[in-house]
Design a protein around this ligand. Structure first.
Ligand code: SF4
Length: 319
């Protein structure tokens, strides 16, 4: 798929292009938060205000995996960035401008309070998770620096197959996610179709790196029934490499382009994710702190949540 085709395809899906290889897309939860005051599960777990969150990517056509469960169109031909890189300052400005443009349609909507509307005009959070592999963007450090200098928190989600990119992060994002979507190399190859034969060993290397990084660190397991749901012991071993602050077992959602690759029967019930999460907690020594049934996700962490989630008592199962 050529650049023009990909841009047209993405624009057709509501992406706003903000550079040669970057884009923003209004998140479903940003709308929900504006109109209904309901935040995404990261609002519940970590205090994100979804109406002030910008969902973006600096790598819309670059990834080294082809995950079957990925919502996005995988038009990327590149597992590295083959272009002139977007300037990080211009990228941040254009990302916020694009967000405000997409929000303009909500002004005057009777369901949107003036207070929420006004707050949304100054984004306080950037989710670097829209599509592609963001650590492939070589100017990420400056981008993060600029965000933090403007009082904007950053969540960066990486597939973990670029340990050098991870090691080079400075400053670190406010919260750093590694997606661990397979218990072993065989399942990994079948589910994510990596272009790099060393992708699995690189993922393990990234988990080791994550253990030593001084920021809030999360491992997320996106679970697809019939593909990677199970093998709790092997996931526990991988989580043990990283010893993250939090673990998020999360159910696959049947949407976007993933519907061309998977079926509804691959969508686990919340109870299946909950069963997996409690077993994983038992194997890792983590506790189940919270859950969002709507997003089919649970939060595993430690007693000393106070350090990370001020004012939040740990949620006991059935409590
Ligand atoms: S954190 Fe993610 S899900 Fe939540 S509002 Fe931002 S982009 Fe959407």
């Amino acid at each position: 798929m050529g650049d023009q085709d990909l841009s047209t395809e993405l624009a057709g899906q509501g992406y706003q292009l903000t550079g040669r290889h970057s884009a923003v897309k209004l998140c479903y939860w940003t709308r929900q938060s504006l109109v209904e005051g309901r935040d995404c599960y990261k609002g519940r777990f970590y205090g994100i205000e979804s109406h002030r969150c910008v969902q973006m990517s600096p790598a819309i056509d670059s990834c080294n995996l082809h995950c079957r469960f990925c919502w996005r169109s995988q038009g990327w031909e590149n597992d590295e960035m083959m272009t002139e890189y977007d300037d990080p300052e211009a990228l941040l400005d254009r990302s916020i401008d694009a967000q405000l443009r997409m929000l303009s349609g909500f002004k005057g909507d009777p369901a949107v309070t003036l207070e929420r509307w006004e707050a949304a005009q100054s984004p306080r959070h950037i989710a670097i998770s829209l599509t592609g592999e963001p650590t492939l963007y070589p100017k990420m450090n400056r981008f993060l620096e600029l965000c933090h200098a403007r009082g904007i928190t950053t969540f960066l989600v990486t597939n973990g197959t670029n340990p050098d990119g991870l090691r080079a992060l400075d400053p670190l994002p406010t919260q750093l996610y590694i997606s661990v979507t397979a218990p072993n190399e065989e399942v990994f190859r079948r589910l994510t179709l990596p272009t790099d034969p060393h992708a699995w060993s690189r993922l393990r290397e990234s988990l080791e790196i994550l253990r030593h990084l001084r920021t809030r660190r999360v491992v997320r397991h996106t679970l697809v029934r019939g593909w990677n749901l199970g093998w709790v012991e092997q996931y526990a071993e991988l989580d043990g490499l990283a010893r993250p602050d939090f673990i998020e077992p999360k159910g696959y959602v049947y949407m976007g382009r993933s519907r061309q690759r998977l079926g509804r029967d691959h969508v686990p019930e919340h109870s299946e994710i909950s069963g997996f999460a409690h077993q994983l907690a038992g194997r890792t020594g983590y506790e189940v702190l919270d859950e969002s049934r709507e997003s089919k996700v649970l939060l595993l962490g430690h007693q000393d949540v106070e350090r990370y989630l001020p004012g939040r008592a740990p949620l006991r199962v059935g409590g």
